[in-house]
Design a protein around this ligand. Structure first.
Ligand code: PRX
Length: 658
């Protein structure tokens, strides 16, 4: 562990386990050895533009070839300038034209158990019909269209139809409130909203249209609202504004040629939370994003034509954009799409789906994995998961103990785990093991993908200059060069884009995460920059304290935050959810001792609070900002043996979070 009065972040997580891919896994992989990865990577960064130019020529369809690979007017990038392509063409027409029209694109399952199988030909027909419907309503190239829908195939159809006609979609997660929808509609000045009468969640139909109506009352830019009938039973339709999806496509042509789009035409806006709480509309464009989503999907998931891929995210998040819709579909993948909750009707729903559809690649989030652990192994044991060959994790750091459970219990000890680090802003995965080539270390996202150059920087205490940190020292994670999938800006706010990502560290993209690189060159994400706790001049990353807690068998989940302390600068407060044990003072002491044993006296929490649930954003990230406030505002440490219930706070606070 490094001492760090200089401001470097102490690394206290000492994870030494290493899991190389099996020889049989490596043999069938397109990148099957470390040497091969290294050769591709080295070549890619020697000539970044040349690398991406070749990739773009080989892996996208072009109506018109591009002339310039990159125009870099820092911090504004233009990739593949002069070229014309269409993302929906790359996702659909390419495969149908290649004779793969009968290949299954989506095995969809609704929460109540209804099933649909959608081939690439079906999808092309449905997208073309709906795209013609959009044109009939007056949708023009460049119009913004908000989409607020459940996880049904029509959500993907709506996104692809926007791409086909050149409209810019803004998907709003189906769990958001009317206020949040209206904010997004207004910020984007959306002309249209696509929604549904409802969707199923934990056995009940959620009335999406009612929420959409409330939002529409505060969204003056919206002219028309298209409503899919998902749950039936009727919903109020406003004359002149609302139109049923099935009426819109009634009688329109099944043929809708894809609009040739300039490489840098906007494809979508996706709102995400920033440090101020006001959502930012992250803007992605056509060719660069499409290429990056497709190639990262193929590399990281070592995708084969026969794979059955399942990404459990919702299309309302970037993971659903890049690894349900645009990446897998550009690659012609077959995938499972599920509408509902993982614990409906029972906690074995995911395992049952994997067994039934013979899923080969599962991509899910640590928050889900921790729930599975809490629900118990018996739900898993009932099912045959032998079809799985690869597992993935996304969204936050995965604690080594959760990693081990995922590896052993779900992967049967034979499936590599790709711990994928990336952001809404990056458009696609930036660091991850390539599963046939790079040995995994639990908790590490390992290595950068081709064309990506990470740097870790910190202010030098003597000169104040920004310098690269040494091995195993933490610092600010930055990306050195532009890449095709990067955000092109924040919708309507170039200043905020510059200030947020390109001001603190000159000439580099600032990710907002802390990281370290170990002696093998592996990267370890240490949480957000503002998640750092500074105890007596030692800066500790919250995730390391949390990992230590979660490694105790009584602990289901834990969150660590700093609170002001007169003597130490900051004290560590932890919020812990227990599996089934009693939240006693004795348990509090046991956990403190455990952290002391795992990390050392420095990291022993001053406050241990028990809670029945941690407050989370809708995408499952722990809301540390909220916990920091709570930790700072309450006095004493020994008076909270009762379980705190954050669910009310979550409901109150998460509308502006994502
Ligand atoms: O802090 C990192 C964390 O999630 C942030 C990005 O969040 P969002 O834009 O919502 O995108 C989530 C899906 C890509 C990052 O800045 N994060 C994401 N993946 C990981 C992670 N932290 C550690 N390990 C990861 N694999």
């Amino acid at each position: 562990m490094s001492d760090s009065p200089s401001g470097k972040i102490s690394n206290v997580l000492n994870e030494t386990r290493i899991f190389p891919p099996s020889p049989s896994f490596s043999q069938q992989s397109s990148i099957g050895s470390m040497a091969q990865y290294q050769a591709i990577y080295d070549a890619s960064i020697q000539d970044v533009e040349g690398f991406w130019a070749k990739e773009a020529r080989e892996h996208l369809h072009w109506f018109k070839p591009f002339e310039t690979t990159l125009e870099w007017n820092e911090p504004f990038a233009k990739w593949f300038v002069g070229g014309q392509t269409n993302v929906s063409y790359n996702c659909l027409d390419v495969h149908v034209n290649n004779g793969l029209g009968d290949k299954v694109a989506i095995y969809w399952e609704g929460e109540p158990g209804d099933q649909r199988t959608v081939t690439y030909s079906d999808l092309l027909r449905d997208v073309s019909l709906f795209a013609n419907g959009l044109k009939k309503l007056g949708v023009q190239k460049g119009d913004r269209i908000s989409i607020y829908m459940p996880m049904v195939p029509e959500l993907a159809v709506a996104m692809l139809a926007c791409a086909r006609v050149g409209a810019i979609h803004s998907v709003i997660f189906g769990g958001f409130s009317a206020e949040a929808i209206a904010d997004r509609n207004n910020d984007a000045q959306a002309r249209f909203l696509i929604t549904a009468d409802g969707g199923y969640r934990r056995g009940k139909p959620l009335s999406l249209k009612q929420t959409a109506d409330e939002a529409l009352a505060k969204s003056p830019s919206i002219e028309k609202c298209i409503v899919l009938s998902r749950v039936g039973g009727g919903t109020s339709m406003q004359e002149g504004r609302d139109v049923w999806w099935h009426d819109l496509i009634d009688g329109v042509s099944e043929n809708c040629p894809a609009e040739p789009m300039d490489s840098e035409d906007s494809l979508f806006i996706l709102y995400t939370s920033g440090s101020t709480g006001k959502p930012k509309g992250i803007r992605h464009t056509t060719a660069g994003y499409n290429l990056y989503a497709k190639r990262t999907f193929q590399w990281v998931f070592d995708h084969k034509p026969d794979d059955i891929f399942w990404c459990t995210a919702d299309c309302g998040w970037i993971t659903g954009h890049s690894y349900i819709v645009y990446g897998p579909m550009s690659a012609g993948a077959t995938q499972v799409m599920y509408e509902g909750a993982p614990n409906w009707p029972q906690e074995n729903r995911f395992w049952e789906l994997i067994e039934r559809y013979k899923v080969t690649i599962l991509y899910t989030a640590p928050t889900a994995i921790r729930s599975f652990i809490k629900w118990g192994d018996h739900h898993v044991d009932k099912h045959d998961l032998s079809s799985l060959r690869l597992l993935g994790s996304v969204g936050e750091g995965i604690n080594p103990e959760a990693w081990m459970w995922y590896y052993e219990k779900i992967g049967g000890g034979r499936c590599p785990i790709v711990d994928t680090w990336w952001q809404t802003e990056t458009g696609g995965i930036m660091m991850s093991p390539l599963p046939g080539a790079i040995a995994c270390k639990p908790g590490s996202c390992t290595r950068p993908l081709p064309g990506i150059i990470p740097r870790i920087l910190q202010h030098d205490p003597a000169s104040g200059d920004l310098v690269d940190v040494g091995t195993n020292s933490g610092g600010m994670l930055c990306i050195e060069k532009p890449w095709p999938g990067m955000l092109r800006g924040i919708w309507g706010d170039d200043e905020r884009y510059k200030q947020q990502y390109w001001s603190m560290v000159p000439h580099m993209y600032l990710t907002g995460d802390n990281a370290r690189q170990d002696e093998d060159g592996y990267y370890w994400i240490m949480g957000r920059i503002d998640d750092v706790i500074n105890v007596s001049g030692h800066r500790l990353s919250t995730i390391e304290v949390e990992s230590a807690l979660v490694s105790h068998p009584a602990v289901a989940e834990a969150a660590a935050v700093g609170r002001p302390d007169e003597i130490k600068g900051q004290a560590i407060a932890v919020f812990v959810t227990l599996k089934s044990h009693e939240p006693t003072d004795e348990m509090r002491e046991i956990l403190k001792k455990h952290v002391r044993k795992e990390i050392g006296a420095l990291a022993v929490p001053d406050d241990v609070r028990f809670t029945s649930a941690l407050p989370k954003t809708r995408s499952g990230k722990i809301m540390r900002r909220l916990l920091r406030d709570i930790a700072a505002g309450k006095e004493g440490t020994g008076d909270t043996s009762t379980l705190e219930d954050f669910t009310v706070l979550v409901r109150l606070r998460n509308d502006d979070e994502s």
